[in-house]
Design a protein around this ligand. Structure first.
Ligand SMILES: [Zn+2]
Length: 65
């Protein structure tokens, strides 16, 4: 746990892996909780999820390389 001043790190860098369910077991929980509290990251998550779902229709294998 980090001792900051009420600002926890944003999770945008993890959203791609989170959407693809590629995070470690200990990482996905904090990301999910952050998304519930942070509107900016929640909005980014929606964008990433939509983009990934569209790309997944095309070629998921390429994304995971
Ligand atoms: Zn955030």
């Amino acid at each position: 746990m980090t001792a900051d001043r009420g600002e926890e790190p944003h999770v945008r860098q993890l959203l791609g892996a989170y959407v693809l369910d590629a995070l470690e077991d200990g990482e996905s929980g904090p990301v999910a909780r952050h998304l519930q509290r942070c509107g900016a990251c929640a909005a980014a998550y929606v964008e990433v999820a939509e983009a990934v779902s569209l790309l997944a229709l095309l070629n998921l294998d390429d994304l995971l390389e």
